[in-house]
Write a protein that binds this ligand. Structure first.
Ligand code: TYD
Length: 207
């Protein structure tokens, strides 16, 4: 899709349990306090395809890896048409919790070539900044099972999380900024602000 973009696309990536979903609203608040127009969104989405994906969380057995990958791609297409594209066209800063680097890492861990997956995302606007939140797998697992009081879902099983993490580690694109996430919420917030600051230059702000 050819989107005329005046906004910015900042995506939050990384393995589960790194606190990225805590950091995203903090960055949104900060940017709004500076007068930027912000759109907060996430993938999988809350739309029909996103809901279908969420239903897969507890059991992936009835879906082939290709069908699963296709669902994430279809969800993203719809998300871009309905939310991300219009927001970018109207000068907003779009903060998206997960985007195509998650597909590369998670569906890559499920047997696909991560770079092929990225090619299949050609239709998607490239992020200006992709924050990859990093921390040891053990910390992630502990956070998921202890702090959140959740069982691991099918996308998060320990072995596959290791593969996912290894793919995130090897991804190398100019938009990527790696954030060490085993730190305090305040310190991580500061690192996030630093990582996105340059990309915001030239954007309209309300004063
Ligand atoms: P997550 O951000 O953890 O959402 P929630 O807080 O609702 O659990 O994402 C859900 C899971 O979906 C996560 O384990 C990663 C997985 N996922 C993929 O496998 N491929 C993708 O393309 C995306 C966007 C997410």
């Amino acid at each position: 899709m050819n989107i005329k973009r005046t906004g910015r696309l900042i995506v939050f990536e990384g393995i589960d349990g790194t606190g990225k979903s805590t950091q995203l609203p903090l960055l949104a608040q900060y940017l709004e306090s500076k007068g930027f127009m912000v759109t907060v969104t996430r993938e999988p989405t809350d739309g029909a395809i996103g809901q279908k994906i969420r239903a897969l969380y507890s059991s992936r057995e009835n879906t082939t890896p290709e069908e699963e990958l296709q669902l994430f791609l279809d969800d993203r297409k719809e998300h871009i048409e309905q939310v991300v594209g219009p927001a970018l066209a109207s000068g907003k800063v779009v903060l998206c919790d997960r985007y195509y680097l998650s597909t590369a890492a998670y569906q890559g861990a499920n047997g696909f070539d991560p770079l092929e997956i990225i090619k299949r995302n050609n239709f998607a606007p490239k992020p200006d900044i992709a924050l990859i939140f990093e921390q040891p797998i053990e910390t992630s697992l502990e956070r998921i099972t202890t702090s959140r009081g959740e069982a691991l879902n099918d996308f998060e099983q320990a072995d596959s999380l290791k593969k996912v993490s290894a793919i995130f580690d090897m991804l190398d694109f100019p938009c990527i900024r790696r954030i060490q996430a085993n730190d305090t919420i305040e310190n991580i917030h500061r690192k996030v602000i630093e990582a996105v600051a340059d990309s915001l230059e030239g954007l309209p702000v309300n004063s």
